[in-house]
Each structure stands twice: as C-alpha cells, then as structure tokens.
Write a protein that binds this ligand. Structure first.
Ligand code: ZN
Length: 149
C-alpha cells in the first residue's frame, strides 16, 4: 500500500488533487469537485470518474474522510499529509515541464533579460517593431543607458 502511486495521466486526476489542496481543511465532497471542474472547463466529470478516483486516493491514504453525511455522495474528503506531499511533487514536476516548454514561447525584457510571463511594457518603434520590457523602470533604464539591474 505504501508503494502505491496514483497514475496521473489525465487532467481530471491532477485537477482533483489541486482542488483538494485548494480546499485545505474545509475539504470537499465528490459533488463539490464535479461542480468546480465544471465551472473551470464547462463539462462535469461523471460520477463514474469522480468516485472511483476518490476511493483510490482514500484507500491509499492520500485523502481522508472528514465526516459529513453518511450517504455516500456527501462524504467530505480532505488531503492527508501524504496527499499534500504528492500534490507538491506534481506541482514541482508540472512547473519544470511548463518552464522548459514555455521557454520556446517566452519573451524576455529588452533591458534586464527577465522572462516575461504576463503584461509586459511594450514600446512600439517607428519601423513597426516592438521592444518589450518587464516594467516601466527597465524601459526607462534602457533608454537612459543604465547598467542592467
Ligand atoms: Zn526588465
């Protein structure tokens, strides 16, 4: 049992674990989980998908029952410590994967070279090209010819 690791070869499983992490000690029912995934991506996973996975996590000590109604679908589940370390590991692996793939698409600040994930400062040049900066300070520093920060 301690050797068991759930297969995480589909998004539903990863979403389930991330959702339970997000819920923390409040925990969540299978119903809450289905509803959350539906809100995120428009389709609700079937009970035949949700409950067997929760059962697998429960039987292997990644989640525990927190109580709630005895009727099966109202049981509240929360991550155990073991479950939290599993999620940590997944997040770490996903971060490496995304970082390495995203590098291809990633642009960098024209001044300091920092990767631009979001909403950079864009300066349009007269020839129609663009210079991108991570922030207005870098934009200013670049034009003032100041050394990289
Ligand atoms: Zn910069």
């Amino acid at each position: 049992m301690s050797q068991h690791k759930p297969k995480l070869d589909n998004l539903f499983r990863i979403q389930t674990l991330l959702y339970l992490l997000d819920r923390g000690d409040k925990g969540a029912t299978g119903y809450d989980l289905g509803k959350d995934i539906e809100e995120q991506q428009g389709t609700r996973p079937s009970s035949g998908k949700i409950y067997p996975f929760l059962k697998e996590l429960l039987e292997n000590g990644y989640i525990e029952e927190k109580g709630g109604d005895t009727s099966r679908n109202k049981v509240i589940y929360k991550l155990t410590d073991k479950g939290r370390s599993l999620v940590d590991e997944i997040v770490g692996r996903m971060r490496i994967l995304i970082d390495s793939r995203l590098n291809v698409l990633m642009e960098v600040c024209h001044h300091c070279g920092v990767k631009l994930y979001d909403a950079p400062v864009i300066e349009k040049l007269e020839d129609g090209s663009e210079m991108k900066f991570c922030c207005s300070h870098c934009q200013q520093a670049f034009h003032e010819g100041v050394h990289k920060h």
